[in-house]
Design a binder for this molecule. Structure first.
Ligand code: SDX
Length: 394
């Protein structure tokens, strides 16, 4: 059944579950949301429509889409008491640290009356998380820079509203460039879901005990923050800046290949894709457009990224291990071109992946037979032995 974690001792890795949301073929570089190829959704859909698709399994009719968009739009504000959580954070707290705490605190606003076995209540949770995460995300940045929180506007699209809350001030509105709005909406589509990745598996395992879904999403944000996962986009920009010049690339490639050096090339490799990540291919072409129109098309970081990709694509070590650029390799460059601060890159990932998290949580708890997840282990500790009194210990 969907959501039931089963453990096959012969399958050494982690527990696995059934799901009908996202399909990945790592060898063929295929990614589909509810059967629709990511390439078609990237070209023809919008993030709000993809959110509906992931949550409910079908592309919405016009009326359904308008109704869904209205619900999300009219729940973007957060309780004023929730904004006071930010006062407890040092001004330079990492936005992901604040996201974990403030999103988790939503559990305090929706708890006692919440019945996760009631589909209407599940919809309320999903809609409020999708609606409020961008508002909380932008507020994290405002706390970092000491500016007042910007309230959402109901006349803006999901992506434009986020940019308005991130970059606008009470003194001056922020007009988002249509290309930037489209680029952001596309990045949200590409990051929306990805099967049983670490953060989604975290949300499912936490939710499998019947825990409050807002707290489960906070657990997913925690897992996503890691540099091996969603934190890689911020780490890619740090890596490109550390490399500094195309001439230094070989030195860093050598480090990444050195087994005695834990250094890895950020933005390369994937646990599932042993072919090119289809999202990276799409993001790479958007990168060109955004930099041509919105930033310096000779952006040294982008030139360096292209050169790094070219060198790795011809290096035996990377070819043998099928290490290709992943979704995080180019996204940071676009975020920077859109004027989004580096420490907000993983927050951008969390905004998008909230849709996947709530879709998987809903799929799991909608199954009346879902059970608590209980991955097992291979024990390789000490055999049975008797207690040793203190006097006899070495
Ligand atoms: C995301 O799961 C998902 O779906 C995640 C994600 C999503 O949408 O949710 O796609 C998003 O998290 C993308 C990944 C972002 N992370 C990074 O870019 C960080 C850098 N990449 C690596 O840390 C690594 O590639 C992982 C974590 C992504 C995968 O790690 P694995 O599964 O341990 O890699 P592997 O076992 O396939 O590695 C095989 C070999 C190893 O060398 P050998 O022991 O065979 O000699 O490749 C090496 C690894 O050391 N290797 C790398 C490398 N990644 C793997 N060597 C240098 N640089 C790298 N980036």
């Amino acid at each position: 059944q969907a959501g039931v974690f089963t453990y096959d001792p012969g399958f050494v890795s982690t527990a696995s579950c059934h799901s009908s949301i996202t399909y990945i073929d790592g060898n063929e570089g295929i990614l589909r949301y509810r059967g629709y190829p990511i390439e078609q959704l990237a070209e023809k859909s919008t993030f709000i429509e993809v959110a509906y698709l992931l949550l409910y399994g079908e592309l919405p009719a016009a009326e359904e889409l308008n109704g869904f968009r209205d619900i999300i739009t009219h729940h973007t504000m957060v309780n004023e008491a929730l904004l006071r959580f930010f006062e407890g954070y040092h001004y330079d707290a990492h936005p992901m640290a604040m996201m974990v705490g403030v999103v988790g605190s939503l559990a305090g606003f929706y708890h006692d009356s919440l019945d996760i076995y009631d589909s209407h209540h599940r919809d309320i949770c999903a809609h409020r998380l999708i609606a409020k995460i961008p508002t909380i995300a932008a507020a994290c940045h405002k706390h970092n820079i000491g500016e007042p929180v910007m309230y959402p506007r109901n006349d803006l699209s999901y992506s434009a509203n986020f940019m308005h809350m991130l970059k606008g001030t009470p003194c001056e509105d922020y007009e988002v460039d249509p290309l930037a709005e489209r680029a952001l909406d596309l990045l949200f589509i590409l990051h929306a879901d990805h099967e049983q990745n670490a953060s989604t598996s975290t949300v499912r395992l936490a939710g499998s005990s019947g825990a409050n879904p807002f707290a489960c999403v906070a657990a997913g944000i925690t897992s996503l923050w890691g540099p091996a996962h969603g934190g890689a986009n911020e780490a890619v920009l740090k890596m490109l800046e550390e490399i500094g010049h195309v001439g230094n690339i070989d030195k860093y490639i050598a480090r990444a290949k050195d087994k005695d050096d834990p250094y890895r090339l950020m933005g390369f490799g994937h646990r599932v894709y042993k072919n090119y990540d289809p999202r990276a291919r799409i993001i790479r072409s958007v990168c060109h457009q955004v930099l041509d129109k919105l930033a310096d098309s000779n952006n040294p970081l982008f030139e360096m990224a292209l050169k790094l990709e070219e060198i790795a694509a011809n290096d035996e070590y990377f070819l043998e291990r099928k290490l290709y650029p992943n979704v995080d390799f180019y996204s940071g460059i676009i975020y920077r071109a859109l004027g989004i601060p580096d420490n907000m890159f993983t927050v951008m990932f969390a905004i998008a992946r909230t849709v996947g998290w709530v879709a998987h949580w809903t799929e799991m708890v909608s199954d009346p037979h879902f059970r608590i997840g209980r991955p097992r282990q291979i024990y390789d500790g000490a055999p049975q032995r008797d207690y040793v009194p203190m006097a006899d210990r070495g």
